[in-house]
Design a protein around this ligand. Structure first.
Ligand SMILES: *Cc1c(COP(=O)(O)O)cnc(C)c1O
Length: 433
């Protein structure tokens, strides 16, 4: 099929230049279209649920900057907060009142968080959380799950999802054997595997880090038994449970997946939505654990731009809007309709598939088996996905450019947008396409 590059000639030209200037032409691999082939689209502007490329095409956006833009692009309250702060100053490297305000919003929203430290990315949050888990317990081993992505932290880049999964390079060169040996990788939702790991290494495990809904091998849903085992086994063996809510926080519910599923981790990591589209991350949890972080305690962690005034302004405006006018019920309805429409489109085209969804994050897997872990996810028909992706682009719908990324519905999407998307999916999947 034609990739229709003629209508994106400026994108193609800019990307050709980018290839000369940046490795792979991008500043983060998920953008490089490695999973679908062809040339990335270069954007100029976002408004509401739509993105506008530099050739003048508009697309319904289901990436939302990979999660942060739950309110859609250019939300008036976020813009107003940013404009106000720009005039006051963009960085002081000193305390501001806004840091208290964002911390308070987070602590009030997320059940397990008594104290929080702001950082500048999700990667920094997970890196700091596992350092704290090790510093607090005096142990070295960290357990993670195959296909879960926690940013590009060395010791967590073992069997990682997201673009690491797309590129088929879960173990990155540059991650030393010494670093990786303290990371134990298990299958997601595997309760006997978790029990066996604790039976064998219980006294050495500092913490278990997990995505409470996986977004980074496509959307994968945890079983109740798995969540229960995570909490009970870590508690019984004196290990910390680290819930990575960088994607799910304020996404699957205002209080994150932990409020939706009623789990109480020891530490939680956040990012994405809490910065309203600006660079941010956060980690927090039990006060007695957080008080081990410097300067209250001895576990070192710092950041020149941590709690940055622009990021906190955008984060506060976003969280307040989500708190005061909760979009979650409407997002649930729109997302349920989209999931049902995608499933129907695939069934009509007789394409083997399954759809997984929690709230406004979901994935249409080109795999007939329910995707419960990476061993199943890795058997998807990624060629079929690539054709589907380009078929949607031709119809001006921008889905994540990998089978192994979840799509997001935003509060800016309308019923009509969802119906337009379902119609596009029908056309993109039909055999005479
Ligand atoms: C995106 C993501 C990260 C990494 O966040 P960055 O801001 O990209 O460093 C970590 N964990 C999860 C679950 C994520 O989705």
């Amino acid at each position: 099929m034609t990739l229709g590059n003629s209508t994106r000639s400026r994108s193609a030209a800019v990307f050709a230049e980018a290839l000369r200037l940046m490795p792979g032409g991008v500043n983060s691999p998920a953008r490089a279209f490695g999973g679908v082939g062809g040339t990335p689209i270069v954007f100029e502007r976002g408004q509401g649920a739509r993105l506008y490329d530099i050739d003048g095409n508009s697309y319904l956006d289901y990436i939302g900057s990979w999660g942060p833009m739950i309110l859609g692009h250019g939300h008036p309250k976020v813009l107003e907060a940013l404009h106000r702060q720009v005039d006051l100053g963009v960085s002081f490297g000193a305390p501001t009142e806004a840091e208290n305000e964002l911390a308070e919003l987070i602590i009030n929203a997320v059940p397990s968080m008594e104290k929080v430290r702001l950082v500048s990315s999700g990667t920094e949050a997970t890196m700091s959380a596992i350092r704290l888990a090790r510093g607090f317990t005096g142990r070295e081993m960290i357990v993670k799950f195959a296909g879960n992505y926690h940013g590009h932290v060395d010791s967590l880049l073992v069997a990682a999802g997201s673009s690491a999964a797309t590129l088929g390079a879960p173990n990155s060169p540059g991650v030393t054997v010494g670093t990786a040996k303290d990371t134990l990788v298990l299958q997601y939702n595997d309760v006997p595997g978790l029990e066996a790991a604790f039976a064998a290494h219980g006294t050495k495990i500092a913490g278990v880090i997990f995505e409470p809904v996986v977004g980074n091998m496509g959307c994968v849903i945890p079983t109740e038994a798995f969540l229960l085992a995570l909490r009970n086994l870590t508690r019984a063996h004196g290990a910390l449970l680290i819930c990575d809510e960088v994607m799910t926080g304020f996404r699957v519910a205002y209080g994150g997946a932990q409020s939706r599923f009623d789990i109480l981790p020891d530490l939680t990591t956040l990012g994405k939505i809490v910065g309203g589209g600006l660079p941010i991350g956060a980690y927090g949890g039990r006060a007695d654990i957080m008080d081990h972080v410097l300067p209250a305690g001895k576990v070192f962690q710092a950041g020149t731009l941590s709690g940055n005034p622009l990021a906190t302004a955008a984060g506060i405006a976003t969280l307040k809007s989500l708190r005061d006018e909760p979009p979650y019920e409407r997002l649930e309805r729109l997302s349920e309709r989209l999931a049902e429409g995608l499933s129907h489109a695939a069934a009509t085209a007789e394409v083997p598939h399954t759809v997984a969804r929690v709230g406004s994050m979901m994935t249409l897997f080109f795999n007939p088996a329910p995707v419960t872990d990476w061993s199943v996810a890795s058997r998807c028909d990624t060629q079929r996905f690539a054709e589907f992706f380009w078929g949607l682009i031709e119809r001006r719908v921008y889905f994540p450019c990998s089978q192994y990324e979840a799509l997001f519905v935003s509060a800016a999407h309308t019923e009509a947008d969802i119906e337009e998307t379902i119609a596009a999916a029908h056309a993109a999947l039909s055999l005479d396409d």
